[in-house]
Design a binder for this molecule. Structure first.
Ligand code: TEU
Ligand code: CA
Length: 552
């Protein structure tokens, strides 16, 4: 049999550079800051960094609106600084995976500046321009993910352009082969420079069915506007960029709204598309009518969803595993109890997630149990999605400011974007200046220095999980089986390979849980406790938010 790819035993750490570490005191994290923390990441043990965008950008969406794909924004550093970061990461055995944002550019990208200048400009067709629809309306009914319509009328030529996100993020027209070639050339330029792969932003949106879909559906709400050509584009990209290369690379496609059947096609190695995808099913279960309208959470649908993806990609393809990132609330606040059981619930979810089959992603601050933030006024928020939503909900839909703010508290992206809490000094040691987004006021208690000094260190727990994935082939490759799928408190499953079995038992609640039932394997009494988040080798009852990993 062929050796399993390197990323089956790897753990990836996401750095959101703006909020990670500021090396020059301007209040914004930067590449120098990341370099300064490489030893911290090496100590944690991660194999790769996924670096959120650092390219020149007007920063309407914190760098997901790119003005130049082949440079570094001065706010983050320079290409020379980037090369230094890459070399110093590689010295420590850490790979660097870049964010690739090619569904759209910034409206300040020269391609778009040219494209909008006239109807017969050679770059006109690089974007989605359409005549007004009936009665001068938008060409179709798609809504933007950041409120309002997905089409904006451009006065210069009297046509609309498409933007699935902010109006400053016009969508590239991938049906134009020149666009595709320009992207592949750019990707090759970064790989030749030494980067180790790409996390591809909303990559399933590059193929769309603009003419087929009409009606008032929001293109990015729940579903996806994905067109059938997506597989052709990804295969073409693979041939043009990765096929001829040796060495270890990673491609992970962010794909809101795709099904398990789609995912099998995207990640089947034989098809040459991407190594793995980020799917959204498990982070959409608690959404009501829209993202800022959270539903009560319950365990059964969550674990059943993740188990379906485990089963669906067991024979072909590969999962990526995440419970939070720069777009999602903090996992300990969303799925755990960040008030009374912060250490226990943060480590429970760490153990549960990292023991699934797939490549785990840690989002900065997760490894020290950072929590959501509740600023008392919208003034303190910076995220374009939250700000647009707030304005629309309050001004257009007449909702009460307090209720809209409550939605932002629960689901807003700035929960994940408050600066990394390094220590108990001013601004949590993130910056000597004024941070671009305020630090979470809980930083004197929750910070990396305090966590690492504690006997109950979340960081130390993650270190052990990462070591397990590196060293235990059952963790990396074992078959997954969910136990007691309808139990509302217990998250239990086994992983098995070559006659070895691991058992995970987790009590997802504030109450003790007696461990018994026909589902419990007979040999648990003599089983070795490999890892747990309580001292001692196991009471008969699982304590609140207790998680245990046994080797049977
Ligand atoms: O996000 C795509 C996406 O669909 C959502 O996660 C999005 O952040 C939004 O919350 C929908 O409610 C990617 C990036 O991760 C995100 O940061 C960018 O803002 C977005 O694409 C546009 O580039
Ligand atoms: Ca800085």
């Amino acid at each position: 049999a062929e050796a399993a790819p390197w990323w089956t035993t790897a753990v990836v750490y996401q750095v959101y550079p703006r909020s990670f570490a500021d090396s020059n005191g301007d209040g914004i994290g930067d590449l120098g800051g990341v370099r300064g923390k490489l030893d911290y990441l090496a100590e944690l043990g991660v194999d790769a960094i996924w670096l959120s965008p650092v390219y020149p950008s007007p920063q309407h969406d914190n760098g997901y609106d790119i003005r130049d794909y082949q440079d570094i924004d001065p706010v983050f550093g320079s290409l020379a600084e980037f090369d230094l970061l890459l070399a110093e990461a590689h010295e420590r055995g850490i790979k660097i995976v870049m964010d690739l944002v090619v569904n759209h550019t910034s409206d300040e990208h020269p391609w778009f500046v040219e494209s909008r200048s006239s109807i017969d400009n050679p770059k006109r067709d690089w974007y989605w321009w359409r005549q007004p629809g009936a009665a001068g309306a938008e060409p179709n009914g798609w809504g933007s993910a950041f409120s309002g319509p997905a089409w904006t009328l451009d006065e210069t030529t009297g046509e609309y352009y498409l933007h699935l996100f902010a109006k400053q993020q016009p969508d590239l027209n991938w049906e134009n082969p020149e666009v595709r070639q320009a992207v592949y050339t750019m990707m090759n330029w970064w790989l030749d420079r030494g980067v180790d792969g790409f996390r591809m932003d909303v990559i399933n949106f590059i193929a769309k069915q603009v003419e087929l879909v009409s009606g008032p559906a929001a293109a990015t709400d729940g579903g996806s506007p994905m067109g059938a050509q997506i597989h052709d584009y990804l295969q073409e990209m693979h041939r043009a960029v990765f096929a001829g290369r040796t060495g270890e690379h990673l491609t992970v496609g962010e794909m809101p709204g795709v099904s398990i059947d789609d995912a099998v096609l995207f990640t089947d190695a034989a098809r040459g598309e991407v190594d793995m995808i980020f799917q959204f099913e498990h982070v959409s279960l608690d959404q009501g009518t829209h993202k800022f309208d959270p539903l009560p959470r319950s365990l059964v649908p969550l674990k059943r969803s993740l188990a379906r993806w485990q089963d669906g990609l067991a024979a072909t393809g590969w999962n990526s595993l995440y419970l939070n990132n720069h777009d999602q609330p903090r996992l300990v606040s969303r799925f755990g109890n960040d008030a009374s059981w912060r250490y226990e619930s943060a480590t429970l979810w760490a153990l549960v997630l990292h023991l699934h089959r797939g490549t785990p992603y840690i989002y900065q601050g997760e490894e020290i149990g950072m929590t959501n933030v509740k600023f008392d006024s919208i003034e303190h928020y910076r995220d374009i999605e939250s700000l647009n939503h707030y304005r629309e909900a309050v001004e257009q839909f007449d909702q009460s400011p307090a209720s809209v703010l409550a939605g932002v508290h629960a689901m807003g992206r700035d929960n994940a974007r408050t600066p990394m809490q390094w220590d108990g000094s001013a601004n949590a040691g993130f910056s000597t200046g004024t941070p671009w987004l305020a630090v979470n006021p809980n930083y004197p208690a929750i910070n990396a220095a305090a966590d690492q000094a504690s006997a109950r260190s979340v960081f130390a727990f993650y270190q052990r999980l990462i070591a397990l994935r590196h060293n235990d082939e059952v963790v990396a490759l074992g078959a997954f089986e969910l136990i007691e799928p309808d139990h509302e408190q217990l998250y239990a499953f086994t992983r098995s390979l070559n006659g070895q079995t691991l058992l995970v038992l987790a009590n997802v609640s504030d109450e003790p849980l007696t461990v018994q039932g026909a589902w419990l394997p007979d040999d648990i009494s003599g089983a070795e406790l490999l890892l747990g988040n309580y001292p001692g080798d196991g009471a008969a009852a699982l304590r609140p938010w207790e998680a245990r990993l046994y080797r049977l």
